[in-house]
Design a protein. Structure first.
Length: 149
C-alpha cells in the first residue's frame, strides 16, 4: 500500500511524535522513509520607523542548513537501527511548499506529520504547517496531534 512515506520534521520533540507511527507503517509495508526538514530564511525587523527587514546572512543560512542535515542524519540512524530504509532531504523555503514539492518529486505515497496543535492567535501568527499541507496535498496524509510536551 505504501512504498514511500514522507516525514517532515522541524527539529522539535513535538514533530518527532510522528516517528513511531511512520516506523510502524514502514515496517508493515516495507516502505522507505524520507525525512525532510525545510529551512526558511526569516525576515528580521530592524526596529526602524519604516517597515524594513533584513534577510539573514548567507553564513547564517548555511549554518541552519548544516544543523538540519546533522539533525536528520541522527534521526536516520535511529530508524535504520530499527531496519527502516531511510533517506534525508533538507530544502530551503517555506515548510508547506517544501513538503508538497518533495512529496511530488519523490512520489511519496503518504505524508506523515505531527501537528503542534496551535490554536487562536498562535495559529494566526505562526501558521499551521499541517493545515497548509492538508489544503494542498494530493496524496494521503497521516496527521497526529503532538499535544503538550
Amino acid at each position: 500500500m505504501y512504498n514511500t512515506i514522507l516525514v517532515p520534521l522541524d527539529g522539535s520533540k513535538r514533530a518527532e511524535v510522528i516517528l513511531s507511527h511512520a516506523i510502524e507503517l514502514a515496517k508493515k509495508f516495507a516502505a522507505k522513509v524520507i525525512l525532510l526538514e525545510a529551512v526558511e530564511q526569516k525576515l528580521v525587523y530592524t526596529g526602524d520607523l519604516e517597515v524594513s527587514a533584513v534577510i539573514k546572512k548567507d553564513e547564517e543560512l548555511a549554518s541552519q542548513l548544516n544543523t538540519a542535515e546533522s539533525y536528520l542524519k541522527s534521526i536516520k540512524e535511529k530508524l535504520e537501527q530499527q531496519g527502516v530504509q531511510t533517506i534525508t532531504r533538507v530544502m530551503q523555503g517555506p515548510p508547506v511548499e517544501a513538503i508538497i514539492t518533495i512529496a511530488k518529486d519523490e512520489n511519496a505515497d503518504l505524508i506523515a506529520l505531527a501537528s503542534h496543535g496551535r490554536t487562536g492567535l498562535a495559529r494566526v501568527f505562526y501558521g499551521s504547517v499541517a493545515a497548509g499541507v492538508l489544503q494542498q496535498a494530493d496524496r494521503p496524509l497521516l496527521i497526529i496531534r503532538a499535544g503538550n510536551l
